[in-house]
Design a protein around this ligand. Structure first.
Ligand code: HEM
Length: 334
């Protein structure tokens, strides 16, 4: 049984970590017969070198010379730290089709990235709410890069052919990404509020509570508008205090405030930067939606979705979602 040590990086070792644990294979600087035997083997390899390949130390010698820790009977290993036993035994294909593993891994990795995205996004929103923009910018940049990851992941799923999907389709039953609670939390945090999207989580009070909280909390855009007001820009009262469960509605007064920022960036530099970071995120989200609907059309054509919607017809409607409307309309007015 492995014991877990507290703190420290499992991928590298501090100087004090280099003490050989009891029972560990001796390190290179140990005076044991095994270590000197290794040195002898390595130096004879060098002296008998006829070609660079022949002179190269063996892989085994390199590992030992580098003092890599090899015994984890008492220390936390990479797999222990990452919970790989759980992670790598959480793929349970239901069909006999080997392509189902791709489908599961693609969804699971997307959920992992969404977990990180959500954590960064909500932390950025909290920073904006307390007027601390530099860390928010760093987090929002990471959110955009995570979206890049999610967007490029569609290339892997696009290798799934219609017959491959059809072979496992009956085994999916009614399960669909439509029921992803993390995706709804992200959408709500970005301001796409829709009360109907709470219903799929009613059977799980724990998840429903999470999604409901995201639903009732001001979005990152709501908090950004409140920040603009604190910076002295004039914003309509309706944008600053409202029922946060309602979808955001574009307002001429909000566009006027953003226009001031974009016309005088030197005066409102960080607000200007915030506007562009939010635009980056909406831009990336649109690309994700587009790659999703295109992949879906490629794989299932115009068949209905497992979640019960019309499929591509539903996803195309979602392409029209606008999260931060004035950040787009201001560009025409500039
Ligand atoms: C071949 C693979 C896929 C197919 C055929 C597919 C199909 C669909 C369809 C038809 C919908 C509409 C709801 C429904 O009736 O089911 C949907 C929604 C959704 N899917 Fe996928 N999907 C695939 C892959 C993925 C992946 C990899 C993810 C990543 C997590 C994902 C996430 C979502 C989400 C979040 C929604 C809800 C979108 C919204 O409500 O705006 N899908 N999918």
């Amino acid at each position: 049984m492995t014991t877990r040590s507290s703190g420290g990086c499992p991928f590298g070792h501090s100087a004090e970590d280099k003490r050989a644990p009891e029972g560990a294979i001796p390190m290179r600087d140990d005076t044991s017969a095994q270590a000197s035997g290794l040195q002898t083997a390595a130096s004879s390899a060098v002296t008998s070198a006829a070609s660079p390949a022949a002179s190269a130390p063996s892989g085994e010698a390199i590992v030992r010379e580098e003092s890599a820790q090899l015994d984890f009977s008492r220390d936390m290993s990479y797999g222990d730290y990452l919970g790989l036993d759980t992670l790598l035994t959480s793929q349970h294909p239901l069909s006999p089709d080997p392509n189902e593993l791709l489908f599961i891994v693609q969804h699971q990795t997307s959920e992992l990235w969404m977990k990180l995205l959500l954590s960064e996004l909500t932390a950025a929103r909290a920073c904006i709410a307390r007027d601390d923009l530099p860390p928010a910018f760093k987090m929002l940049a990471r959110v955009s890069r995570i979206f890049d990851q999610l967007i490029s992941a569609w290339n892997v799923l696009a290798t799934m052919t219609p017959p491959e999907y059809s072979a496992m389709r009956p085994y999916l039953a009614q399960s669909s990404g439509f029921q992803s609670f993390q995706y709804r939390e992200i959408e709500f945090c970005l301001g796409n509020k829709n009360a109907a999207m709470l219903a799929p989580h009613a059977h799980r009070p724990d998840l429903h509570a999470r999604v409901a909280q995201a639903f009732a909390t001001p979005s990152i855009y709501d908090e950004s508008l409140r920040l603009l007001a604190r910076r002295g820009l004039t914003l309509p009262a309706a944008a600053l205090e409202r029922d946060w469960t309602q979808p955001y509605r574009a307002h001429a007064g909000v566009e006027a405030a953003w226009l001031t920022v974009y016309r005088t960036p030197d005066k409102y530099w960080d607000c200007y930067q915030l506007g562009e970071k939010l635009t980056d995120i909406e831009d990336a989200f649109r690309q994700w939606r587009f790659r999703h609907v295109t992949t879906v059309e490629r794989v299932i054509g115009f068949k209905r979705g497992t979640g019960g919607t019309g499929g591509v017809s539903y996803l195309r409607k979602m392409l029209d979602t606008v999260l931060f409307p004035e950040l787009w309309t201001l560009r025409t007015a500039l």
